[in-house]
Design a protein around this ligand. Sequence first.
Ligand code: FMN
Length: 278
Amino acid sequence: MMDEALQRELIQKGRAFTKGDGREDPYPDFESDQSLRRPQPPLVKEAMAGAEARTALPRDFEALGMRNDLLGVIRDRRSNRVYTDQTMTLLQLSFLLWATQGVKGIRGKAYATLRTVPCGGARHEFETYLIVRKVEGLAPGAYHYLPMEHALEFLGPVEDPEGAVERSLMGQKWAAKASVVFYWSMVPYRAEWRYGIYAHRVAMIDAGHVGQNLYLACTGLGLGTCGVGAFCHEECAELFGLDGEEEYVVYTAPVGTVREEDRAREQAFYRFVEDEGL
Ligand SMILES: Cc1cc2nc3c(=O)[nH]c(=O)nc-3n(C[C@H](O)[C@H](O)[C@H](O)COP(=O)(O)O)c2cc1C
């Protein structure tokens, strides 16, 4: 069992992290790099592969014929962990990428991107990576999303993708049947440049918006997803060649094809509640 005093100390650190600014600022000398007029970091990560590795993504989202009853979509959003292992279309994946990180415009010459999700200070400190298993028109393997171009770049094949997904998500076997798995990394300096020591709390709030848009977009398309916070930081970094310090994965989400009959099997996730009389 963990030392109780250490546990209390760590919990206090966690609480302090989520509290944000107090009435009295404990660090009145802090100045952000932005206020010190240090150069702004790039809005997005540079392409990681050559132009020949790029797939432009379709944008004719009207053709998806998705649900547009907002009330029902919000009501029906839920986590799906049982997938039917079918192939998704490229247009579906394109919509999910646009819904989660799509760029709608640029403020100033290159001051900020405006996207489909809100973000503290419009810093948009995330990058999107995918392990694709079954998406029409895409070779299986690792991909990086280029939000400015709304394109995907192929980073290379992944040996044993099901095993790689399972290992990277701490042994969550169900995720290996996803058609595609989203891995969102954070490039912390993009947010730190503006918010410095306060950047990280804001960034975690930002990540929630990205995840919720994925949930709602999947609900609209009749696909299934589940936010996953239990992932292995090192395995994820290795999958996409991230250095783990200036860029590291902060949230993941498998997406798969689903069918209504599996709803009952989904309930099994909470069977322990009944079994243990909770
Ligand atoms: C940040 C976050 C992390 C999560 N991590 C996991 C996870 O690692 N494994 C899992 O099976 N579900 C995970 N979930 C899904 C939750 O268990 C699920 O949202 C919750 O049980 C409520 O169910 P609902 O989404 O169907 O309403 C996560 C959800 C969020 C938002």
